[in-house]
Unconditional design. Structure first.
Length: 358
């Protein structure tokens, strides 16, 4: 069989045509490919908190909560559809499509409050799990546990129930130690109201104690001006003696942390607590708008953390850098075995009393 030789000129033209066809095919393929999704921005926790609030307002009912990934420095926003996910990515956050909206989880929390307000329980929305996580301590047994289980079952996979070996309690026991009436709490933050010096502490402290000293059986330095517990857990004390009252938190290492403002906590945020019993401990915010059913009554709207605390730490400061976040309310566990502690948000207390950090 004889092969026909293709002239060099014709071969070159044929080769050029083949290249053109391949290039055209690649161009069409690239044109039809979906554009790459924008990568989430690296954000500080403050920037993430602001972006979370902005997106929550913009997304409305399509929003399902958010949390801060401190290791990656990114904000993760839960949404319930692809259109909302695109808006989140365009804004510089990571989108996670989940089943339950924040409104649905809120209604589940309301049902728990209405039908299962049982001493020894707590609950809050966990944005990582897209569920309301309920914890029942060791005091919840028998018919109470059966009631809790029945209510939780009626809410389906929107609710998860966990058991705790400890018991939930306020941390009042007979920041800096403050004494009164045979008990001891911790000072939260120094504040100013109408140009006068005051300090914030836990409401369950001011419900039990009316007059305060900075030493056991010492002279009065402050007297209660306001108290709200249960429901909330904050109290306001007016200084009645000319003692130093810097806007700072005791770090118990010879130093202090200056506090310049109050702010809202963010799930995933790294935080520090200072109290007169266990001094300084660090941890992370694990939930917001938490409800705890103490033996004395229910408190809602709390910050949930994995920071430990013990009796006497009540009222002490939760902060991040120079920002005041919360007042130690209560929880379970201790600083030997670990635990879970809840905090009253500071901005709410400041608004209630018309005070400011200072």
């Amino acid at each position: 069989m004889k092969h026909r030789r293709i002239p060099k000129r014709r071969a070159a033209i044929a080769g050029t045509g083949a290249v053109a066809l391949v290039a055209a095919a690649l161009t069409l393929q690239n044109a039809s490919a979906a554009p790459a999704e924008p990568r989430p921005h690296t954000l500080s926790v403050n920037a993430a908190g602001k972006l979370a609030n902005t997106l929550a307002s913009a997304l409305g009912g399509d929003s399902a909560g958010s949390y801060y990934d401190a290791k990656a420095g990114k904000l993760v926003v839960n949404v319930v559809n692809k259109a909302a996910a695109e808006r989140v990515r365009d804004a510089g956050a990571e989108a996670k499509v989940v089943e339950h909206t924040l409104a649905q989880l809120g209604r589940a929390s309301a049902t728990l409050k209405d039908k299962a307000t049982i001493p020894g329980t707590s609950w809050s929305v966990d944005p990582r799990a897209n569920k309301v996580v309920v914890t029942a301590d060791s005091s919840v047994t028998g018919s109470r546990m059966a009631t809790l289980g029945k209510v939780a079952k009626s809410l389906g996979d929107k609710v998860e129930v966990k058991r705790s070996a400890g018991t939930f309690s306020t941390f009042l026991a007979g920041g800096d130690a403050i004494w009164g009436g045979g008990g001891r709490c911790s000072l939260g933050f120094n504040v100013v109201k109408d140009g006068q010096p005051y300090f914030l502490t836990a409401g369950h402290c001011t419900e039990s104690i009316k007059s305060w000293s900075d030493s056991q059986d010492g002279d009065e330095i402050g007297a209660n001006e306001g108290s709200d517990f249960p429901g909330n857990d904050y109290g306001l004390v007016k200084y009645t003696k000319g003692v130093p009252h810097p806007s700072a938190v005791n770090l118990y290492d010879g130093g202090t942390r200056a506090i310049s403002k109050a702010g809202e906590a963010t799930v995933g945020q790294k935080v520090t607590r200072s109290g007169s019993t266990t001094q300084v401990h660090d941890g992370e915010v694990t939930g917001l708008d938490a409800t705890v059913n103490y033996q004395e009554g229910s408190v809602s709207g709390l910050i949930r953390t994995n920071v430990c605390a013990e009796p006497g730490d009540s009222g002490g400061a939760l902060f991040a850098g120079g920002t005041a976040l919360g007042l130690t309310s209560g929880g379970r566990g201790d600083c030997s075995s670990g635990g879970e502690t809840f905090f009253q948000p500071v901005p709410e207390a400041l608004k209630a009393y018309g005070a400011e950090i200072g």
